[in-house]
Design a binder for this molecule. Structure first.
Ligand code: UDP
Length: 472
């Protein structure tokens, strides 16, 4: 076959975590739709879960240009991977997977009669080894970061923060303003920085992982961000000084709704089994009456924190749908005092994993108590659902400050876990100030949707990305 007539072939390699896998699969689908050939590379661990719980195989049957390929993360099968040992996975990827990735690209295994050899790599900027491999084998690489631009900008400024002596610090004086991050003067405090800045140590492994972000991200041909210009425009201007070729194409998960209007797009990229019964329960609830509660795929809480949430939610009088992953509480999660479980029967519903995008789009949902993961935040933004933020780690402390203080899309409850405050905050969002929050959330949702439509910034940037890949 004339190789020139065959479409370009992109290898996409997401960070092996639920959030990045979810958004990169959406990107893969969009690129397939534009006629590109895609090899989607996942670790064996992610592959097992995707095949078991998502509908990836049936969904991508409609895309002959899509292939799923696996690679080892170098860890034993029974390694927990997440939680306290997350860093072990990063280390193993950097050392062991790097070698395997180079072998895979040079082995010819990804080529066939109907496919060109890989013409471009899209890799997560936090896995800098993908750029080393791309350089070794002579391929262009585009990075993607699946965190917010505001947090990425904080990462870019880490060297400056160290130089000015603003970090590291310990858990004290958390309301001290931060001065060395251009664009964040006046509202950004110590407590809004990623948690690792509070460790009091320059040798914190997380700090060292994110310290080279500015130099690392500028090594690639371009940088894809899952955000949109109307949301993070001023911060994007700062990032462009380091990475001029930015593709802001978010909210990534919603493009298909506009590209394929009228089609049912039940795309589940879940690594856990979705409990669809919660949709039936939501169907029987009044409009905007339910607070959806979920802390994503990685956050864990202590039994004490969990009990504070229980009391706070029950005492608030609000209806709620709560996702409690089996591994999310550091002791038996089903050990609920009987008076609490009785009290919530009619107005509380618990599942282990929910079809989140569908839940947030449901007319019964009026608020989201979230850990402020970036995917969850964007999924809430586009559906116009106001948020209560209880950030756990990484970009979440930054995101929650922006949600509360800059975008005015909800309330930031970071660094507290007290039943009285939880009750009060839920009442504020769902009752006393609901009109104010719905109005601002509605406005931002409109901007998000406009960005995705023809003529919108994310729509145009996605087209530019496809054209650039075709020209490589
Ligand atoms: N999610 C889901 N069902 C749930 C909880 C979460 O499908 O019950 C999805 C959610 O839609 C999002 C992802 O898991 O796409 C979580 O990503 P996020 O960046 O918000 O947080 P992380 O899990 O990385 O901390």
């Amino acid at each position: 076959m004339d190789q020139e007539a065959v479409p370009p072939h992109v290898l996409i390699f997401p960070l092996p975590l639920q959030g990045p896998v979810n958004s990169m699969l959406k990107l893969a689908e969009l690129l397939c739709l534009s006629g590109l050939h895609i090899t989607f590379l996942v670790t064996d661990h992610i592959h097992t879960r995707l095949v078991k719980y998502s509908n990836i195989q049936s969904r991508f049957n409609g895309y002959p240009g899509f292939r799923l390929e696996t690679i080892s993360d170098g860890l034993p099968e029974d390694h927990p991977r997440f939680g306290a040992v997350l860093m072990e996975m990063f280390d193993s990827l950097k050392i062991k997977t790097k070698i395997l990735l180079k072998d895979l690209l040079t082995s010819g295994k990804l080529n066939s009669d109907s496919r060109r050899p890989v013409t471009c790599i899209i890799g997560d900027g936090i896995m800098g080894f993908t750029c080393d491999v791309a350089n070794d084998v002579g391929l262009p690489i585009i990075y993607v970061r699946t965190i917010s631009a505001c947090c990425l900008w904080v990462f870019f400024c880490l060297p400056k923060l160290i130089e000015s002596g603003e970090i590291p610090f310990t858990g004290n004086d958390l309301d001290t303003p931060i001065k060395s991050i251009p664009g964040m003067e006046g509202f950004f405090r110590r407590r809004d920085l990623p948690m690792f800045c509070r460790s009091g140590s320059l040798s914190d492994p997380n700090l060292n992982l994110y310290l080279p972000e500015a130099t690392e991200n500028s090594r690639a041909h371009g940088l894809i961000l899952n955000t949109f210009d109307d949301l993070e425009g001023p911060i994007l201007a700062h990032i462009r000084a380091f990475c001029p070729n930015l593709y802001t194409i978010g909210p990534l998960h919603s493009h298909l709704k506009y590209k394929l209007p009228g089609q049912s797009l039940s795309s589940s990229n879940s690594l856990w089994k979705e409990d669809m019964s919660c949709i039936t329960w939501l169907d029987s609830q009044p409009p905007k009456s339910v607070l959806y509660v979920s802390f994503g795929s990685l956050a864990v809480m202590t039994k004490e924190q969990y009990m504070e949430f229980w009391h706070g939610l029950v005492d608030s009088g609000s209806r709620f749908l709560w996702v409690i992953r089996p591994d999310s509480v550091t002791s038996d999660p089903m050990d609920i005092p009987s008076e609490l479980s009785k009290g919530t029967k009619e107005r509380g519903y618990i599942v282990q994993w929910a079809p989140q995008e569908e839940v947030l789009a449901h007319r019964a949902v009026g608020g989201f108590l979230t850990h402020s993961g970036w995917n969850s935040t964007l999924e809430s933004v586009i559906e116009g659902v106001p948020m209560i933020c209880w950030p756990y780690f990484l970009d979440q402390q930054v995101n929650s400050r922006y949600v509360g203080e800059v975008w005015k899309l909800g309330l930031d409850m970071k660094d507290t876990c007290d039943r009285v405050i939880i009750e009060k905050t839920v009442r504020e969002l769902m009752e006393y100030r609901k009109d104010e929050f719905w109005k601002s959330a509605d406005e931002m949702a409109k901007y998000a949707k406009q960005c995705l439509m023809e003529g919108g910034s994310s729509y145009g940037n996605l087209e530019r990305l496809v054209n650039d890949i075709k020209a490589m």
